[in-house]
Design a protein around this ligand. Structure first.
Ligand SMILES: C[S@@+](CC[C@H](N)C(=O)[O-])C[C@H]1O[C@@H](n2cnc3c(N)ncnc32)[C@H](O)[C@@H]1O
Length: 218
């Protein structure tokens, strides 16, 4: 016999949040467009306080730990002002960072100048622009929920698959539980399988880190 579902306040909150994301998904790209991010960065340096927040520091540490040792080249989608990029460079990785905001990239360029030869920054829209290169890992952290519906996520699934080398990884980091819908959508097709996943229950915000790997092409 199946156990009866128990509705705790936390479960109700998760359920409502997931429902809201499902309804809001298709509307998000209208609001979260280039103009939105560009004006955010122009108004404020480090708008999400990546350099100061202990919550972000902990999340970044966990994200770094999820990257397999053998990974060398990384495509960082939505690299912002390069705070996490710098941590990757300190670990000896080669990073191509893309972002839709020119202002964010200019700040990233200054931050990353001591690591010349190890990075490249490009102003691109991950949804509409072509990206050159092949990578061992693609990182999409706190970005995919801005981009819209399942159709967009399916398109990105194809794109990420093409951009990854054989046995390449896709590392996803988003708030939980809404992030679960996004991360699960990448294993719906035939392109990726799940290697590892962890939910961190944090007093500030819960978040989900998922490591996927590209399936072999036959
Ligand atoms: C919330 S920040 C996340 C930054 C970083 N990934 C992290 O986790 O620290 C989202 C970033 O994605 C960028 N972004 C939003 N939409 C984008 C798009 N369509 N293509 C490329 N970058 C985008 C924004 O400009 C912003 O820098």
């Amino acid at each position: 016999m199946q156990a009866k579902k128990k509705w705790t306040p936390k479960k109700v909150k998760s359920y409502l949040e997931n429902l809201l994301w499902k309804v809001a998904f298709p509307l998000l790209p209208w609001y979260f467009n280039e103009r939105h991010f560009e004006s955010l960065y122009r108004k404020k340096v480090d708008p999400w306080q990546y350099t100061q927040s202990s919550f972000e520091r902990e999340k970044y540490h966990k994200t770094l730990c999820a990257i397999p040792e053998e990974v060398h080249s990384i495509l960082e989608v939505g690299c912002s002002e390069g705070v996490f990029t710098e941590l990757l460079l300190k670990r000896g990785k080669y990073v191509v960072g893309i972002d839709i905001s020119q202002t964010a990239l200019e700040r990233a360029k200054v931050r990353l100048s001591p690591y010349s030869g190890q990075w490249e920054l490009r102003k691109l829209n991950i949804v509409t622009d072509e990206i050159e290169g092949h990578f061992n890992l693609i990182l999409a952290s706190e970005i995919l929920y801005y981009l819209g519906s399942h159709t967009v996520l399916r398109h990105l699934q194809e794109k990420f698959f093409r951009l990854l080398k054989e046995e390449g990884y896709l590392l996803l980091v988003h708030f939980y539980p809404s992030g679960q819908i996004i991360h699960d959508s990448f294993t719906e097709g035939e392109k990726f399988f799940k290697v590892w996943e962890e939910v961190t229950y944090h007093p500030e915000r819960d978040y989900l880190i998922t490591l996927l790997q590209k399936r072999e092409t036959r």
